[in-house]
Design a protein around this ligand. Structure first.
Ligand code: GAR
Length: 207
């Protein structure tokens, strides 16, 4: 059976990383010709040694390698160290889940990479998207999943959904609803990007 090996890169809390592993890892999907395809997350990479997400990977029993960007003198040296690690694990595709570093073209040319961003892009790019869209005069926020290029939160959109604001809602409640939408949209968008149908079976079910 064909297998697609994914690596997930994260920098902090890691809740999207955990959700992707719980939704997709070691599950069987079907391609357009109805051939089964197994998705595997064989590696996670984190650039921040104190990220809570590292603890999550231990509970999930998924390997996590820490490559601290502060140990490198340039962005491309850091990216090349990650590429080396991904190649050593025969990774096919990279999924960013709260990975807060801009990747250089050497990385985006080496690996097809998908990102999730908590706004209705191209609105509110950058690190404070949820707060900025909450404080904006727009009646909605949103979540976008897109292919990654070397520009911040740019690249072709794979899927995006709006989230309508509720009058008098707190930032905390709005943030929770954005995260809930992320957990629903990101796995679906990855399957769409990979041309796979969401008719899932676990590996155990097939045995
Ligand atoms: C998520 O909301 C993700 O969309 C965002 O960081 C958060 C990470 O949370 N990413 C970006 O803003 C990328 N520009 P998590 O670590 O709990 O998944």
């Amino acid at each position: 059976m064909r297998s697609i090996k994914c690596a997930i890169l994260f920098s902090g809390n890691g809740s999207n990383m955990q959700n992707l592993i719980e939704s997709l890892h070691n599950k069987i999907f079907y391609d357009n010709a109805n051939n089964p395809v197994r998705l595997e997350t064989t590696l996670t990479l984190c650039n921040n040694p104190s990220a809570y997400g590292i603890t999550r990977t231990h509970h999930l029993a998924i390997p996590c390698k820490i490559i601290n960007h502060k140990d490198f003198s340039s962005r491309s040296d850091f990216d090349n160290a990650m590429i080396e690690m991904l190649r050593a694990h025969s990774i096919d595709i990279v999924l960013l889940a709260g990975f807060m570093r801009i990747l250089t073209s050497c990385f985006t040319q080496a690996y097809q990479t998908i990102n999730i961003h908590p706004s209705f892009l191209p609105e509110h790019k950058g690190a404070n998207a949820i707060k900025e869209s909450f404080n904006s005069t727009q009646s909605y926020g949103g979540v976008s999943v897109h292919w990654v290029n070397e520009e911040l939160d740019s690249g072709e959109i794979i899927a995006q959904e709006k989230l309508h604001k509720i009058p008098n809602e707190s930032l905390e409640d709005f943030t929770s609803r954005i995260h809930a939408l992320e957990y629903s949209l990101y796995p679906r968008a990855i399957l769409l990007a990979l041309g796979l149908k969401d008719s899932v079976k676990s590996v155990e079910e097939l045995q």
